[in-house]
Design a protein around this ligand. Structure first.
Ligand code: PEP
Ligand code: MN
Length: 341
């Protein structure tokens, strides 16, 4: 449930309500919206009637949240969440693009990609340093050496940086080097890891699991938020269906559905969704048209030589062309593509 505070409630009144909730065994989350201040209360509902919260000074009302996801729900926070990342925001009127190779492979590869995607208008450079591969014999990532390169690429280009973590030790290390953390599709229901990422204070891109329903995906976000990290960006990256022509099936309907259910921003990864570079541009355009807050796109300076996901990677030239083509589409739906700066 949420405790809706009077807009004129004082800091002390808010603090007292939080304290009372905690005394009654609730976990209290303060959520400050533009239109209202609410305290999300997670715990045993039956306790609330005896707690006297409803009549405490500054309290307007108590509203039960019917959905299984609480902090993530639009019922808790009506307006869109805007997440601040180094140099840009996700979830406002602007659409930002994160781009880069599937995996960090070398200094030259990463720095060159960073320079080129920045010139084309990307806001962040991605690069896997811990790769969860289907085969144990495939390239597994450069680990800490790769994180060092990401940090260098970030400071040289001015771009924000993002990498995937696969367990608590890679999370602890990655948090020292990068601006955003990615939880991959395969770990969407690694609840221990979700809780751990909930305890750090960096924006998290949470990919949809390979066969996850939207509710399971939102519950995964709830795990992160329940630990106090509210900077969650959801990423639709395709789901597994009977179709085999594409690597996955991009579920574009997830974007407007999630936006109805949740205040969190949603971005789309057309690279993993399709597995085919030729399909990346049309689906990027579709994603913007249905309201995505951003894109995550794989770009490699020489896709034929990529150690991972070459067939779905755009060349820097194709990426630049796509960015140009996205400008009018964003405008068409009343949004702006965040480029430059
Ligand atoms: C990736 O972004 O490189 C990746 C492995 O993605 P996903 O978890 O969506 O498969
Ligand atoms: Mn990849």
């Amino acid at each position: 449930m949420v405790v809706v505070m009077d807009l004129r409630a004082t800091e002390k009144q808010i603090k007292d309500v939080k304290k009372r909730l905690e005394e009654y065994g609730f976990k209290a989350h303060l959520i400050k919206g533009v239109e209202r201040i609410v305290i999300g209360a997670i715990g045993d509902h039956k306790q609330i009637s005896s707690s006297g919260i409803e009549i405490m000074p500054g309290v307007e009302k108590i509203v039960p949240i019917m959905k299984p996801f609480k902090l993530v729900s639009r019922e808790t926070k009506a307006e869109d969440t805007i997440i601040k990342v180094k140099g840009f925001t996700v979830g406002g009127g602007e659409i930002s693009v994160i781009a880069g190779p599937c995996a960090v492979e070398s200094r030259e590869q990463l720095l060159e990609t960073a320079r080129l995607v920045r010139a084309a208008g990307a806001k962040a450079i991605r690069g896997g340093t811990y790769k969860p591969r289907t085969s144990p014999y495939s390239f597994q990532g450069m680990e800490e050496q790769g994180l060092e390169l990401l940090a260098e690429a970030g400071s040289e280009s001015g771009l924000a940086t993002i990498t995937e973590v696969i367990d608590e030790s890679s999370l602890t290390l990655a948090a020292e080097y990068v601006d955003m953390i990615q939880i991959g599709a395969r770990n969407m229901q690694n609840f221990h890891l979700l809780r751990a990422v909930g305890r750090i204070n960096k924006p998290v891109v949470l990919k949809r699991g390979l066969s996850a329903t939207m509710e399971e995906w939102l519950m995964a976000a709830e795990y992160i938020m329940s630990e106090g990290n509210y900077n969650v960006i959801l990423c639709e990256r395709g789901i597994r269906t009977f179709e085999t022509y594409t690597r996955n099936t991009l579920d574009l309907s997830a974007v407007p559905v999630i936006k109805q259910l949740s205040h969190l921003p949603v971005i789309v990864d057309p690279s993993h969704a399709t597995g085919e570079w030729r399909l990346v541009a049309p689906l990027s355009k579709g994603a913007i048209a249905v309201g995505a807050d951003g894109l995550l796109i794989e770009v490699h300076p020489d896709p034929c030589k990529a150690l991972c996901d070459g067939p779905q990677s755009l060349t820097p030239g194709n990426f630049q062309q796509l960015m140009e083509e996205l400008l009018p589409i964003a405008k068409c739906v009343g949004r702006k593509l965040a480029v430059g700066g």
